[in-house]
Write a protein that binds this ligand. Structure first.
Ligand code: DHB
Ligand code: MG
Length: 230
């Protein structure tokens, strides 16, 4: 019988192994270039929280974009532009990405990072509350891929808009839908209830084929992925 100390060591070893596996996958499939690294250092220098997606998640977004032949991408919540660079780089010639960002200061960082990453030509950063900007996107729909990664309480409303602004075959991805498992427990916290409601809806909507994927290195958070069915 292992005592508590050896048990902890074993868990730590398991953790490190998972971390190393993630690093090896990242190195092989999702290496960061100067454009992505610059986006991280610029965001940090501007005091933005370091809560961007991982390289593996960035690469998954590109795989999903390829799967739905994405020419038009909508991102709700730009943060420092890191995920936006992964997304914009998945676009073919003539493709476009619109990213919505509430903070003008963050938007300036994002535009600069897009420029340095060489994706300014195909991207547009729109500044304002997403719920104010989304109704104006109807004329630019349908989007082939929508990535939701903004404030969590309105996640169900963002999903409603994503459904309106997509087509059969489009893919909708939402970040942070597990929250350390809190998304499956009763909660009064509107951050948790927001993602929990999005999970409930995508799990039961017959128009969608959906899955929640635990995919950060300690399995505490991840993407909700929903394909709009034909
Ligand atoms: C938070 C938001 C995110 O989009 C994220 O990826 C991690 C954390 C947050 O608001 O705490
Ligand atoms: Mg996030």
């Amino acid at each position: 019988m292992a005592n508590d100390n050896t048990e902890l060591t074993y868990l730590q070893q398991q953790q490190q192994t998972r971390h190393q596996i993630e690093e090896n996958i990242s190195r092989a499939f999702a290496p960061e270039d100067d454009g992505l690294r610059n986006a991280l250092t610029s965001a940090r220098a501007a005091g933005l929280p370091e809560i961007q997606i991982s390289p593996i998640q960035g690469k998954l977004l590109q795989v999903l974009a390829a799967a739905c032949n994405a020419h038009k991408i909508l991102e709700i919540g730009a943060l420092g532009g890191y995920s936006g660079i992964w997304l914009a780089r998945s676009l073919p010639e003539g493709g476009r990405m619109i990213t919505l960002e509430i903070s003008p200061e963050h938007a300036a960082v994002v535009r600069n990072s897009f420029e340095k990453a060489g994706v300014s030509d195909r991207t547009e950063v729109r500044v304002g509350r997403a719920l104010d900007l989304l109704p104006h996107l109807a004329s630019e729909a349908p989007f082939d891929l929508v990535f939701i990664d903004a404030d969590k309480p309105p996640y169900p409303q963002y999903l409603d808009w994503a459904m309106r602004l997509t087509r059969p075959g489009s893919i909708i991805v939402a970040d942070n839908c597990i929250r350390g498992g809190k998304a499956f427990l009763p909660s009064q916290d509107e951050v948790i209830t927001g993602v929990a409601e999005l999970n409930r809806r995508i799990a039961s909507d017959p128009r969608l084929a959906s899955l929640l994927l635990a995919m950060d290195e300690d399995y505490t958070d991840g993407f909700a992925i929903a394909v709009v069915k034909y």
